[in-house]
Design a protein around this ligand. Sequence first.
Ligand code: PAF
Length: 285
Amino acid sequence: MQIIESPQEMRNIVKSWRCAGEEIGYIPTMGALHAGHMALVEAARAANQRVVASIFVNPLQFGPHEDLDKYPRPIERDSQLLKEAGCDILFAPKVDAIYDGEEFTHGIHTYVEVNKLGDMWEGAVRPGHLRGVATVLVRFFNIVPAQRAYFGEKDYQQLKVVERVVQDLRYDLEIVPVATVREEDGLALSSRNVYLSEAERQVAPTLHQALQVGVTLVRNGEREVSTIGAAIQAVCDASQLIKVQYVAIVNAETLAPLDTLDGQPARALIAARLGSTRLIDNIAI
Ligand code: PAF
């Protein structure tokens, strides 16, 4: 596996692969890789001749009081995992290769912002976060002109925002969603799970259990969103360590809140704080 820092070099290699008729699968990450990321690599490996993963802890998607500085950066371990998974290239640019120096002092030149879809839920709790994600991803999509890019369903709103950006900006890029990978007890894998204390880690699977309670209600015929939402919330509220930020039952495409389930695909979203750690999860409902 080659490790490349230079955007120009990265772009040239992908272009040469494309000229040779090869298909490229791309996995953007912020590193601190876990089995969820490896599922993305596996999916990319299965459908493309070439696989590129990037590691870039994107300052633009962190709020002023968030964990940018303490975000884990185990680069040696990450590159070993990617190599073993059959990745062809790890693209690991420095911050100043992606952002001009002046952008962090004078302001970002060009933002990509998705109205409505990017304003609700995560967009409301973490202002600027999804704009930061969309902005960095278009830069990466231009540096790594792959045919397919892989995203986990764990960050469901991020996935929908990226799909929207790719559609609206007419990228010739297929966004491939990959199912959330979970610990045996149901906790969705996340690079931030390492922040959880022992007690918090014990109750963290409650988020998934609560979502499953919602699914069971729906299977048993419940259609009132307020009833389903209240049941999900109650499961979480039973633990003093879990502070729910939102429970939302939404249209699976627009993420607009629903009043009743009408047979259209819907998704239950949840975000909660466990101490200083923020967890999100979701489920098809
Ligand atoms: O999900 C992530 O790890 C990040 O938001 C992403 C997609 C790599 C953009 O920085």
